[in-house]
Design a protein around this ligand. Structure first.
Ligand code: DGY
Length: 329
């Protein structure tokens, strides 16, 4: 190993071209076959490493930082970074980066696909067909909720929220309402055809509500029994943000009692474990955190994470820093 080249760790298996790209600059330790390391194993592997490429599954917290004093950067292959304790990283002088923009349209496509599947009962009807239960066609067989022309609600109006809004407004003629910590400026609202409403109005008026807000401790169970109770009994709820945003027990109760029509979930509070109660309700579409999962997009995400490692460890800059104040120290 050349002592002049920094060493980096790729915590989960990534595409070969990404490993090759990093090998142009670093000594690279990777993990074929793909394994998920415990926090202790991760800390052991990080000894002597200046950088790490993480996914949402690896926590970079006080304990890890204390055990890895050589670490300078953690590059997340995700736009969400709730696996990072950013204040602790900043205090330890460790840069965090994420992967915005490259996944926006792909993730919005999936958000809309999940909305459609949920409203039109796609997976529920497929299970019925596969189980050999389809004996005859009938007029109301798996009659679902209308999508076009119905009100699309979006909670969290960042880049992905705006891309979903465009799909609804421009593609499906949906009136779009949204709520966000801060209101968009009028030109952005016009570009995605969205109208700002209060949180209560959003829950009460949406026919299809999509959650796209970042997960923070304050956002924990931001959709619970009280919020679901405000929704229309015909409404659907889609979560492509993070599992902890929805109180899953409250959601299961509401789905069972048909207090809302259906839900679509790509993210779960204890993932990859899924609340077993969710598996027992038919009116929920469940997918394994795949909203950004197309090969071009996942490759672009991993490449951006690699470029952040390279830019920071070779030139002291980064493309998408989360705590840029670390770079000026
Ligand atoms: C993201 O980018 O945050 C996706 O949820 C993948 O983790």
């Amino acid at each position: 190993m050349s002592p002049s080249r920094p060493a980096v760790l790729i915590a989960r298996a990534v595409f070969p071209e990404v490993v090759e790209h990093l090998r142009q600059h670093f000594e690279v330790e990777t993990t074929p076959p793909d394994v998920f390391w415990s926090a202790t194993e991760l800390a052991e592997r990080l000894q002597g490493k200046s950088g790490v490429m993480t996914t949402g599954g690896e926590r970079v917290d006080r304990t890890l930082l204390a055990a890895c004093p050589q670490l300078k950067i953690a590059a997340n292959i995700a736009v969400g970074y709730n696996n990072f304790d950013l204040p602790a990283m900043t205090a330890a002088g460790v840069l965090g980066t994420n992967t915005p923009d490259v996944l926006t349209e792909t993730t919005a496509d999936f958000g809309f696909a999940l909305l459609m599947a949920t409203a039109r009962r796609v997976t529920e009807s497929e299970h019925f067909l596969r189980a050999g239960k389809w004996k005859e066609w009938s007029l109301d067989l798996f009659a679902g909720a209308e999508v076009h022309g119905r009100t699309l609600g979006i909670l969290g109006m960042g880049r992905i929220g705006q891309a979903i809004a465009r799909r609804g407004a421009l593609g499906f003629g949906m009136p779009v309402i949204y709520h966000n910590r801060s209101r968009l400026d009028p030109s952005k609202e016009a570009a995605c055809g969205a109208r700002y409403v209060s949180r209560d109005e959003l829950f009460a008026q949406a026919d299809h509500l999509v959650l796209v807000l970042p997960y923070t401790p304050q956002a924990h169970h931001t959709v619970g029994a009280a919020e679901i109770a405000r929704m229309k009994p015909t409404a659907t709820l889609v979560n492509i943000a993070r599992g902890g945003i929805v109180d899953e027990d409250a959601l299961v109760a509401a789905l069972r009692e048909r207090r809302i029509a259906a839900a679509g979930l790509d993210v779960f509070e204890g993932e990859p474990q899924v609340n077993p109660a969710l598996l027992t309700v038919p009116n929920v579409v469940l997918t394994p955190h795949i909203a950004s999962a197309t090969l071009p997009t996942r490759t672009a995400m991993a490449m951006l994470a690699a470029d952040n490692l390279i830019a920071y460890l070779t030139e002291g800059r980064a493309l998408t820093p989360l705590n840029p104040q670390v770079m000026t120290r």
